[in-house]
Design a protein around this ligand. Structure first.
Ligand SMILES: [Zn+2]
Ligand SMILES: [Zn+2]
Length: 315
């Protein structure tokens, strides 16, 4: 089959054997999305060799349990052991022996096919089209914030960053009824937010020491420092992006202001699918471009341009 291959910071298209993993479902990829993590893998921020890609919607071609064959599915990206202390403690996304689809020790979805354990799969409701379902993984990640933090409708919440993930975070947080503002830089990103009734604020107008909850979704030191200034004493700072290298932080001020810092990663798929099914969230407004798999190199170039939202690749 055709696949995008990453090795030594270099992407190329190549023919690879069709995957076959005993006990796992064979899935034909319908669409896959490029996320910032994929771009960082290419830059070499994490060691990875193989087929990247972890955001997708696919169709089960074969599985031990025949009931899954023909189903449109999305998938949890952490493939877990079920027997380590984290798994047994109900923290399976932190499995000590996990592989991660297209990120860590497991080929991903910029290919014609992939394989995954049935236990990871979620059926996509018929009314959710592919161009929405392909966002299930990052939408689930956005919802992880609400799994971790209780957001009261009376609270002032600031989201810093209106890129691929920031947009989904904004679409989900606005549903809580909180007083939500989003720091947005690019005009087209502002427009998408405003059209959904989400308020935007410029960096200069962010009042310091006033926000109950700040979500940092830029993964940049300047985003972190804006978040740090914005948060009120005893406020909650949610970190939703990884940082390249190490961040220099004044932890004394975090002690003095009694700030709670919450790291936040993968989230629940079923609520993500429900929100798309009942129309409360529409991630498809983020789609900037769609390429065929044999144009995947152009797709990555496009996705790496500043401010570009979601670029899709379909075999
Ligand atoms: Zn991602
Ligand atoms: Zn485990």
């Amino acid at each position: 089959m055709q696949a995008l291959w990453l090795e030594n910071h270099q992407l190329d298209l190549r023919e690879v054997p069709e995957p076959a993993q005993p006990g796992e479902a064979l899935i034909r990829i319908r669409k896959a999305g490029i996320c910032s993590t994929d771009l960082e893998l290419v830059k070499g921020y994490y060691p990875f060799r193989g087929i990247p890609g972890h955001e997708f919607i696919g169709e089960v071609v074969s599985a031990d349990d025949r009931a899954w064959v023909g189903q449109r599915v999305v998938s949890d990206i952490n493939i877990t052991c079920g027997s380590c202390e984290q798994c047994l403690g109900g923290r399976s996304s932190h499995c000590e022996n996990r592989t991660v689809l297209g990120i860590n020790n497991r080929d991903g979805t910029f290919a014609e096919f992939t394989t995954l354990p049935i236990a990871n799969l979620h059926r996509v409701p018929a009314s959710v089209p592919d161009e929405m379902a392909v966002f299930a993984e990052p939408l689930a990640a956005a919802l992880e914030i609400q799994q971790q933090v209780h957001i009261q409708p009376s609270e002032r919440v600031l989201v810093i960053g209106s890129g691929r993930l920031g947009q989904l975070i904004a679409q989900t947080l606005v549903l809580t009824g909180c007083d939500l503002h989003v720091v947005a830089r690019y005009e087209h990103q502002k427009k998408i937010l405003v059209e959904r009734g989400i308020r935007i604020v410029s960096e200069e107008d962010v009042q310091p020491w006033r926000w109950d909850i700040v979500v940092e979704a830029t993964g940049s030191p300047s985003g972190f420092s804006l978040a740090r200034q914005a948060i009120r004493p005893r406020g909650m700072l949610v970190l939703k992006s990884t940082y390249k290298g190490e961040l220099s932080v004044n932890f004394s001020s975090i002690v003095v202001d009694e700030i709670t810092i919450v790291g936040s990663r993968c989230g629940p798929f079923e609520p993500a699918l429900r929100l798309m099914e009942n129309g409360y969230v529409d991630p498809s407004v983020l789609i900037a471009a769609e390429f065929k798999l044999d144009e995947a190199l152009q797709a990555f170039e496009r996705a790496a341009q500043p401010g570009v939202l979601k670029v899709l690749v379909s075999p």
